[in-house]
Design a binder for this molecule. Structure first.
Ligand code: ADP
Ligand code: MG
Length: 292
């Protein structure tokens, strides 16, 4: 490769909102045949909101939301911000929390007014000894609509389920179609549950989904595809995604992402939408055919 053409390509990229950190990323992008994409914040806006509050018998909706918000106020997860925003929108006063804990990829817990409040996915509830059966059918219904069903347990009993939905970015569907039309294998990667992930994937025409993937296991999916002989690009925005971005042949950080993600990626897309991936690949093809 002649450095001059690469430099021209890097310069052109900057004008298009494609920041190339290393020249190899630009060289490799045209050879990529598999694109792994983190769902939250990449395919979706990363700005989830509470769309339903379902209280279990013996609990009031406001109490459920108040206790959940108390714990989530200490969380850094977008799901937590959604719960706090919902409580604030209902003008609820949010109590203080003690002994806050946030096991990665599972949920959060804390003491509120002496009561132990646990919030998260079904596995986390099981681990905390909270029986979720009474609202399981309702939760599954919410997931089939593409929402994440977050359980809330209070002192070992299920207090309710919150549906939290993250809108798909307006440009995502079209970009996925374009990438598939160019022959790319597209894989959605998420810590979210299978039903929710499949519902979102179906709307986008994505037929390969890796769901229920813990943050520390995300890079393993990228490594497995590489072992199968694929040339893999990984797109993501979060702290969780950094090892997977680093493991990929080309890591792509999405615009508003965290510094950790940006540092681990070969390419950063300033505008943070999937169309940037289509453009970045075209730039790579144009640059490399200039060299040949
Ligand atoms: P993603 O890959 O979509 O970013 P995460 O790995 O961050 O997902 O989280 C996986 C799952 O763990 C979530 O879908 C949710 O069920 C649960 N979870 C994580 N953090 C929280 C939180 N602060 N409140 C409630 N549930 C949470
Ligand atoms: Mg994420």
């Amino acid at each position: 490769a002649t450095p001059m053409s690469i430099m021209v390509g890097v310069g052109k990229g900057a004008g298009l909102g494609i920041l190339v950190r290393n020249a190899e990323a630009l060289e490799r992008l045209e050879k990529v045949d598999t694109l792994v994409i983190d769902k939250t914040g990449t395919l979706t806006e990363g700005k989830p909101s509470v769309t339903a509050v379902v209280a279990a018998e013996g609990f009031a909706e406001d109490e459920l939301l108040r206790l959940a918000a108390a714990v989530e106020r200490a969380s850094e997860h977008p799901l937590g911000a959604a719960v706090v925003a919902a409580a604030e929108a209902s003008s609820l006063s949010i109590p203080a929390v003690d002994d806050f804990d946030a096991p990665s990829g599972k949920g959060v817990s804390g003491k509120v007014g002496g009561r132990l409040v646990v919030i998260g996915n079904a596995d986390f509830m099981k681990a905390q000894g909270v029986e979720v059966a009474s609202l399981a059918a309702r939760a599954e219904e919410l997931r089939r609509d593409g929402a994440t069903a977050v359980h809330v347990g209070v002192d070992g009993k299920l207090a309710g389920v919150l549906a939290i939905a993250d809108p798909i970015k307006p440009t995502t569907a079209e970009a996925i179609q374009a990438l598939k039309a160019e022959g790319l294998r597209v894989v959605m990667l998420t810590g979210d549950n299978r039903t929710t992930a499949d519902a979102v994937a179906r709307r986008l025409g994505i037929d390969e989904v890796e769901a229920d993937v813990l943050p520390e296991a995300k890079h393993g999916v990228v490594e497995r595809l590489k072992r199968e002989g694929r040339v893999v690009a990984m797109a993501g925005d979060g702290v969780n995604d950094a090892p997977a971005l680093a493991a990929a042949d080309v890591g792509i950080a999405m615009g508003a992402g965290t510094d950790v993600a940006i540092e681990s990626a070969g390419v950063t897309l300033v505008h943070g939408d999937m169309n940037g991936i289509v453009r970045a690949r075209h730039l790579s093809q144009a640059t490399m055919s200039n060299i040949r």
